[in-house]
Ligand binder design. Sequence first.
Ligand code: PSU
Ligand code: MN
Length: 305
Amino acid sequence: MQLNSFLTVGAEVRDALGAGKPVVALESTIITHGMPYPANLETARAVEAVVRQNGATPATIAVLDGKLVAGMDDATLQRLATATGVVKASRRDLAAVLSTGGSAGTTVAATMIVAKLAGIAIFATGGIGGVHRGAEATFDISADLLELAQTPVTVVCAGAKSILDLPKTLEVLETHGVPVLGYGSDEFPAFFSRTSGHTVDHRFDTPEALARVIGTQRALGLGTGILVTNPIPLADAIDSATIDPHIAAAVAEAETQGIGRKELTPFLLQRILDLTGGRSLEANIALVKNNATLAARMAVALAAL
Ligand code: PSU
Ligand code: MN
């Protein structure tokens, strides 16, 4: 049995792909572990709407009842957003969850795997996982980075939160040959902030120019993913002086409580949300929509190539 036989592609997504029309993949760990209800559901719906408004078909990806799903109806989205105790599935979890008929939110890594299987080239998310602070002691490096190293899908994100060690994250991407392309900026953005003090490899100022890089990368057969970084809109940005103490506090708490492995990122996201009194959530929602807009425009440009 092939992995493909576990894949269910929604009718609308299947039609769009069959007709060569633009499709944008969306992840679901942000729904199951990244945001509280009902903001998670409202955001998931809003992001799908933004993709449509910009001319592409949204394909939200998750694991449902032992199937990989790309594109779901609203009732299913609602089920995912309200389910408790749902698994956070990365590459290593897929086989176990599928073989037991389980359901899961898919991380950036797992969503890339499913997007590739379904034939979707572009995927929008908020922030990717990366090298955690203190990784020199804990070895905590997200599987998202190693997926970018081996799966040819383009991920549009707002950089990475400074819960991570950004220079080390960029070093790992460089080692694995993953292009980091800045949209309209020379800086690698830090999720809540438009700047981080670190540069991207190459800057492009239009969705068309980014789509051409995807086409060329594909023609070269390099096999790696591409990371496109899209800074949070200016009006929604939180300056680092405001957010950094909260991030530092969350990281310190995680260390004291011995939180590690797959629980660490959801723990940090939840603590930052609590500590900022919901302001981080507003920023998070704004940047995900902004990334979905860019991803849709890139998908439109790619389909026209
Ligand atoms: N960072 C965020 N929001 C998120 C995540 C990361 O700002 O929702 C989620 C994504 O699904 C990402 C995953 O792929 O966490 C990474 O988890 P880990 O660090 O355990 O690999
Ligand atoms: Mn980890």
